[in-house]
Design a protein around this ligand. Structure first.
Ligand code: PMP
Length: 390
């Protein structure tokens, strides 16, 4: 059965649709006159003044197509310090130069295409068939929270008679998100308080007892708040049972890279589901693994039957975003896409992710050893068995 076969393409937004058509047009001579801009001459005046003031330290102009966006002097000077900081930290003089801090454009409704493409590769693998066949409906989202909320709203609009199964316990905001999307919630067994580990048999029973075709929210890795993840073998059993029951798996992946230090290892659960032929949904966040908390950089993706369905689903996700925030924020997305699309920067990122995860793993080990050294009679095994949300 197809989950989203009945989803029709949304009509194009009369204003932002022009920008979409502009971006899709390969012509080198294209001009976007769809979004109101300050005139070029006004910009030149501002530019001259600001250049004088900051002694040619940086150019405030960012050209986009053949038009130029005005950047206010105050806005212009402030990020230059961040810019120099990033350049020094990255030991890279040119990669982040192009537009990261001087671009003030609107993104299209669905967000940065480059950032989405990189996010899809992180979630589904560099050579995923879904990506090759364009069977992914994906939009940039307001970090992980926004991705979950957009999916919940989509679920409510197109599958209004479904409900969502949420683990006990879970990140408290999951309850708020699906409540505000007006979808009924059920819970499924997850944590076993006595063993401070996974209640695997309880979990499997709840998967089996849920009505066929139920929606389940799964934490891809570093389950929050317990830090308890299924083993690879257990994920295989869960995936198999989902197949039997025709359940829909929605993965919330807020910590890719934070559990083991390796984003490829942390995404294993999703890959297992893909191997078994599931079409999943996924919320990705760069808050933790790129330290972009306040930038609200994330991605929502839904895997579809074919390209046509993916186009329809994506258009409907954009339709949902339009009255909420029109289009997502730019700078976090630029940072993410720049880093992930540049092999040198990506290597640096992977090293830093590993550094952060290793440090938390080291702290857990030290805490356990210290408690044992102090003569605690209790078992503290769970401190090192559990992984790292937060
Ligand atoms: N999902 C889970 C499980 C989380 O723990 C968090 C952050 N605490 C999020 C989603 C969302 O984080 P953000 O919106 O900052 O990406």
């Amino acid at each position: 059965a197809s989950w989203f076969g009945h989803v029709e393409p949304a009509p194009k937004d009369p204003i932002l649709g022009v920008t979409e058509a502009f971006l899709a047009d390969p012509s080198p001579d294209k001009v976007n006159v769809g979004v109101v801009r300050l005139s070029l001459s006004l910009h030149l005046a501002y530019h001259a003044v600001s250049s004088l003031l900051i002694a040619g330290f940086l150019s405030c102009a960012f050209s986009f197509g053949s038009f130029v966006v005005v950047v206010l002097m105050l806005v212009c000077a402030y990020p230059s310090f961040i810019y120099v900081y990033i350049r020094i930290r990255m030991r890279s003089s040119h990669h982040l130069e192009d537009g990261i801090l001087q671009n003030r454009e609107y993104l299209p409704m669905g967000g940065s295409v480059k950032m989405i493409d990189e996010s899809l590769k992180l979630a589904y693998g560099e050579d995923s068939d879904f990506i090759k066949d364009k069977r992914t409906a994906a939009v940039q989202a307001l970090s992980g929270t926004g991705a979950c909320r957009l999916f919940a709203d989509f679920q409510k609009r197109f599958l209004p008679d479904t409900q969502i199964y949420i683990p006990t316990p879970t990140w408290a905001n999951h309850h708020n998100i699906w409540r505000d999307a007006h979808l009924p919630q059920r819970t499924f067994t997850y944590y076993h308080p006595e063993s401070r580990g996974l209640d695997f048999s309880g979990l499997m029973d709840d998967i089996k007892n849920a009505p066929d075709g139920s929606f389940f929210l799964l934490h891809a890795c570093a389950h929050n708040p317990t830090g308890v993840d299924p083993s690879e073998e257990q994920w295989r059993e869960i995936s198999h049972q989902f197949k039997v029951k025709k359940h829909f798996p929605f993965f919330d992946m807020a910590y890719q890279g934070f559990a083991s230090g390796d984003p490829e290892r942390d995404v294993k659960a999703i890959r297992i589901f893909l191997e078994d032929g599931h079409q999943v949904g996924c919320a990705q966040s760069y808050a933790k693994n790129m330290g972009l908390y306040g930038q609200r950089a994330g991605c929502l993706s839904v895997l579809c039957d074919d390209e046509m369905q993916a186009v329809a689903v994506k258009s409907q996700l954009q339709q949902l975003a339009r009255p909420m925030y029109s289009n997502p924020p730019l700078h976090g997305a630029l940072i993410v896409s720049t880093i992930l699309s540049d092999p040198e920067l990506k290597t640096l990122w992977l090293k830093e992710v590993k550094g952060m995860a290793d440090r938390i793993i080291g702290m857990r080990k030290a805490l356990k050893e210290n408690l044992e050294e102090l003569g605690s009679p209790l078992s503290w095994e769970h401190i090192t068995n559990q992984v790292n949300p937060q």
